[in-house]
Design a protein around this ligand. Sequence first.
Ligand code: CAA
Length: 245
Amino acid sequence: MGNGIAQVFAQAGFDVRLVDAASGALDRARASIEKSVAKLVEKGRLTATERDGALQRLSTGTNVDLLADSDYVVEAIFEDKQAKQSLFARLDQLTRPDVILASNTSSISITTLGAATNRPDRVLGMHFMNPVPLMSLVELIRGQATSPESMLTAAELCIRLNKTAVEASDYPGFIANRVLMPMVNEAIFAVMEGVGTADAIDTVMKLGMNHPMGPLTLADFIGLDVCLAILEVLHEGLGDPKYRP
Ligand code: CAA
């Protein structure tokens, strides 16, 4: 999702540094951003000048030190608590103490990420939806120590990004995945038990409930590894067997 997040910030006029440990991922990100902005121009949602400006404002690199003079950071690495905590500790050393460190986590505790830093008041969740350039929602998550000022800054940023912010408390999976993932999980159980084929289940939800994608197609779109990681957070954090993946 990092490339989509970088794209919407660049489109909104911000200078963006997109960092990934793997240079191949950065090449794919740039290609995907170029394809996406081209599509938006084709649809009349972006002018050619805006497209060129956005691409010029975007730079990439594999060294996290590139973020040293950032004014705002959004983390979007894979869904693993330890990996995110060690990155937050590194970002805390690297950036100015007044900088907000936001996480695009789908489910991991913002309070726990904040506790890996010396600025838990400036750590919050900024959860975008895939595909980021098309989906208008951002879930904003307030950790136990997140300050009202940090939440306000993030909410104002969402307005500049042309997104609608909805605030959620720091419970496992927040709102989006607390509601979405049990449906995805149930669809997978329904395949396992032979209630219907994958196609049948997706068609029922598409035509019967007007979902743009069936839950199994959506699970592939999100990534089954990500779905599993989120369900494990729900299962462990809420302690109810109904969340078992
Ligand atoms: N940038 C620009 N344009 C894009 C794009 C992108 N990143 N991705 C797709 N498009 C374009 C397509 O090229 C297509 O253009 P044409 O009409 O010219 O062909 C257009 O958008 C519509 O796409 P499609 O025809 O392929 O399909 P669609 O009408 O079904 O729309 C969709 C695609 C918006 C993804 C829609 O299927 C949808 O809303 N699906 C559900 C998405 C969803 O639920 N997202 C949330 C997932 S959960 C999550 O992200 C968070 C988490 O924590 C797990």
